[in-house]
Design a protein around this ligand. Structure first.
Ligand code: 26Q
Length: 820
């Protein structure tokens, strides 16, 4: 471990040597980027030893291994995080100081590896951190996208997407492992060939195209325990380049096609969040990384075991949403076509190996693939899915004779489409939701029929976050303060943070806590000044909504409320008003026009409000460009108010809510997702809860009884604020600019109903909750007390707890021990 063996002088020398070796420069000549690279290689040196030791321990101890299959890993920067988990952060900071270098500035040289969209991808990253820290043997399996989540620029108030070429300078922590390459086959047809020696019929894919999947390993450093796990991400290379051989055979075209396939398949991450798009390339990506990962897992198992029948005793696959669901038929294929097992044996192994996590109940996110596309791209896999479906429907009809509605609701293949969630449920041993409320909705509504048939598969695993990145690294001042009063046990045992609850009524502690918050607000204000050119007052309330832009998350309601406040202030300049800085950060999926219109609205309102001297700077609206993991750490640390205002029932869990809470922000939110459990932990007097309940929303949706027009007609405040969308007030007189947003509330053109997300229904209760926020903030002591209690009661929301529950209830793993 770096800490134990850490020697400042050795480290300094290593950095100097690396600069010399990599760039033929000495320190004085090297750029910050070059020094950053040199520091990374010095750190990697230390990690490598533990990485090898962990590998060796796994070989010797032969434990059951988890493969966490995910299309997304939103890792964020590695340098700072690795130093934190090596418990070497402060020492390295000192060493660099002595060399006249600043660790924070060097950290800023690193591009965020952004191989994910939002919640689901970041959850995968937190899980890897917790798995390594708890010492569980696990691999993350994903895709090495050439371009990750796009970089967002705001030009003239509009979002512009810029490609994220994160590998431009090379990525110092990755390791290419060409010796573990796997071939992945697409297209062609399936021939049945009689094998005389075995007397069996073999299914052989012919005329296919294939690519070589090349794994790159990234180290996942556990906290202070010498464990280094691995995230494997797959790159694609052409299997044969323009060889004379294929040219001669007239396969020239095929060679070109395969070359293209390899290039396009890992080119870019689909920037959709909570929205399905049935693109062929997306399905290729899914099968590409799943086939490679399953092949590698089986090969690794076979190195130590000759009894493939017991695969599930040593291997388990967790499917992060339905995106990796082809793992089910792919494992069946390998067990039958490669390993020679019969259907029943293969099915028993597969259904004991695969487990599925659902992350959404939004209908538009449910993955369905047209049968023609699916069968053309994956002919053998499709045959297997057909057989899974055929056998499953026999069961359904046996259990519910004559009930064809059940078949409609449950068939894996129905109406010309393959339903991936149904395949994942049928093909696995566990189905879990990501917060209590979410799991209940799955059981009672979305997946009701499956729950009835196999209740034993269903379970809840409330999400969590890693306190190591989101407090220890992101908020060092608060981390030190907590440690001073409660010891450092919280770093690996977050519930220990509860001890600071004893300080909630202590005026001195309140003062210290608020001073730390203030310093973090100054740090963020500086970032905002540098990046937006806007001056914000650290004494104002920092009211923050950062998350992907989606209608159900209701950034629209937030900005409408700001328009309402501004209007009131204009009409009544002397009304009591506590200065507020409204901070937004959000990326909209590139093709999501309404989400983009909401970004434009936020920026337009900001332009008007921020530049209106008559309101004396009492309201500021800031849109932080390119919200991502690295600036998120600064934002959480500086927040007073955490906006978690989704339409109840729509946000499966949320995890930003937990990061804010950990950093002492008070939740302003609906009873949705994990907000319910946050309030349960901290007490509703330490949060601001408003709006329709999930049951009320679902009732409205089922009965079609919601009428936003009546709010518009009968409530003067609502009328005024909605009319301001088309008054030209925020658009230099252009009354059409926000017309679609206006229409969406009252008379939508392309939606089944108006105000799908109940913005007008919740508006007044949101405004009232905002008044309670202001009242409370005026009482500094009361606010500080609640803020301390939020941090104190965040113990449940560590991903360490989540992972331990997955281990206990689903995976049943044993810890590995890595010898010093
Ligand atoms: C599907 C098909 C084609 C293209 C893209 C997609 C796609 C990609 C990403 C569908 C959904 C997602 C992401 C979903 C997501 O992030 N869900 C969030 O998961 C979090 C972790 O469990 C929860 O906290 C959030 O509530 C949930 O919205």
């Amino acid at each position: 471990m770096l800490n134990a063996e850490f020697n400042k002088e050795t480290f300094k020398n290593s950095v100097k040597e690396n600069v010399k070796m990599l760039y033929r420069k000495n320190l004085e000549e090297a750029s910050q980027q070059e020094i950053y690279q040199a520091v990374c290689y010095a750190v990697k040196d230390v990690i490598i030893d533990n990485w090898l030791k962990t590998q060796k321990a796994m070989d010797e101890q032969d434990p059951k291994i988890l493969y966490y299959m995910s299309m997304e890993f939103l890792m964020g920067r590695a340098l700072g995080n690795n130093l934190i988990n090596l418990t070497a952060y402060k020492q390295v900071q000192e060493a660099l100081d002595e060399m006249g270098l600043n660790l924070n500035l060097l950290e800023d040289q690193e591009r965020d590896p952004a191989l994910g969209n939002g919640g689901l991808g970041r959850l995968a990253a937190c899980f890897l951190d917790s798995l390594a820290t708890l010492g569980y043997p696990a691999y993350g399996c994903g895709i090495r996208y050439k371009y990750g989540m796009f970089k967002q620029q705001i030009r003239d108030g509009y979002q512009v997407e810029v490609p994220d070429n994160w590998l431009k300078h090379g990525y110092p922590f990755e390791l290419k492992r060409p010796e573990y390459a796997k071939e992945v086959k697409f297209g062609g047809y399936v021939a049945q060939e009689y094998d005389e020696t075995t007397g069996r019929v073999n299914f052989v894919q012919k005329d296919y195209q294939s690519v070589n999947a090349i794994p790159y390993d990234m180290p996942i450093v556990g906290y202070d325990n010498d464990v280094v796990n691995t995230l494997t991400i797959w790159d694609a290379e052409a299997i044969q380049d323009f060889s004379l051989d294929s040219f001669d055979k007239g396969d020239y075209h095929k060679a070109v096609e395969q070359e293209n396939l390899a290039k396009t398949i890992v080119e870019v991450l689909y920037p959709n969040d909570n929205h399905y798009e049935g693109k062929e390339l997306r399905l290729k990506q899914q099968y590409f990384f799943i086939s490679a990962s399953v092949q590698r897992a089986v090969a690794k198992y076979k190195k130590h075991h000759d009894d493939i029948i017991k695969l599930y005793e040593k291997v388990t696959f967790q499917l992060n949403d339905t995106h990796p669901t082809v793992a089910v038929p792919e494992l069946m294929r390998i067990l039958m076509d490669v390993e020679g097992l019969g259907w029943d044996e293969a099915w028993e192994i597969t259904t004991k190996t695969c487990a599925y996590t659902n992350h959404t109940i939004m209908a538009e996110a449910l993955e369905k693939w047209p049968v023609d596309l699916f069968s053309r791209l994956l002919p053998r896999i499709y045959q297997i899915v057909e057989e899974i479906n055929r056998r499953f429907l026999i069961q359904v009809r046996e259990q519910y004779p004559g009930d064809e509605e059940k078949v409609r609701q449950m068939a894996v293949i129905y109406d010309g489409q393959v339903h991936m969630a149904r395949l994942a449920i049928v093909g696995g041993y566990s189905v879990n939701g990501v917060a209590k409320l979410h799991t209940e909705i799955l059981k009672k509504q979305t997946l009701k029929d499956f729950y009835e048939m196999t209740p034993e598969k269903f379970n809840n695993k409330t999400n969590g976050i890693t306190q190591r990145r989101f407090l220890l690294h992101g908020n060092p001042l608060l981390a030190d303060w907590v440690t001073e009063y409660a010891g450092n046990g919280w770093i690996t045992d977050l519930p220990k943070i509860k001890k600071i609850a004893e300080l909630a009524d202590d005026t001195q502690a309140q003062k210290e806590f608020m001073e730390i918050k203030h310093k973090n607000k100054v740090r963020l204000a500086k970032y905002i000044k540098e990046h937006n050119g806007i001056d914000v007052d650290p004494n104002s309330i920092f009211d923050v909504q950062v998350k992907r832009l989606h209608e159900y998350k209701r950034q629209f309601m937030n900005i409408l409320h700001i328009m309402y406040l501004y209007d009131r202030l204009k009409k009544n300049p002397d009304m009591p008003f506590y200065p507020r800085t409204f901070i937004f950060g959000a990326k909209a999926s590139a093709g999501y026009e309404r989400a983009k219109a909401i970004i434009k609205l936020i920026n337009s309102v900001g332009d008007v409000v921020n530049n209106d001297p008559t309101i004396k700077g009492k309201i500021k609206v800031v849109f932080i460009e390119d919200y991502r993991v690295s600036n998120a750490e600064l934002i959480f640390a500086a927040a007073d108010v955490s906006e978690q205002i989704s339409t109840a029932s729509k946000e499966a869990s949320g995890t930003g809510n937990m990061k804010f809470m950990l950093n002492g922000a008070l939740t302003l939110g609906t009873m949705d997702g994990a907000n319910v459990e946050i309030v349960e932990e901290v007490g509703k007097e330490n949060a601001f809860i408003f709006g329709l309940s999930a049951d009320q929303v679902i009732e409205y949706e089922n009965n079609y009884t919601y009428d936003p027009m009546s709010y518009f007609i009968h409530d003067q405040d609502i009328h005024n604020v909605v009319m301001d969308l088309i008054s030209g007030r925020y658009s230099n007189g252009d009354t059409m600019m926000f017309r679609d947003l206006y229409d969406s509330l009252l008379t939508p053109k392309n939606a089944p109903r108006p105000d799908m997300y109940f913005t007008l229904a919740d508006f007044k209760s949101y405004a009232a909750a905002q008044e309670r926020v202001e009242d409370k903030y005026r009482n500094t002591s009361a606010w500080a007390r609640s803020a301390i209690l939020n941090t104190a009661h965040s113990g449940k929301f560590t991903s360490d707890r989540t992972i331990q529950q997955y281990v206990d209830d689903i995976w049943h793993l044993d810890k590995i021990t890595v010898r010093k």
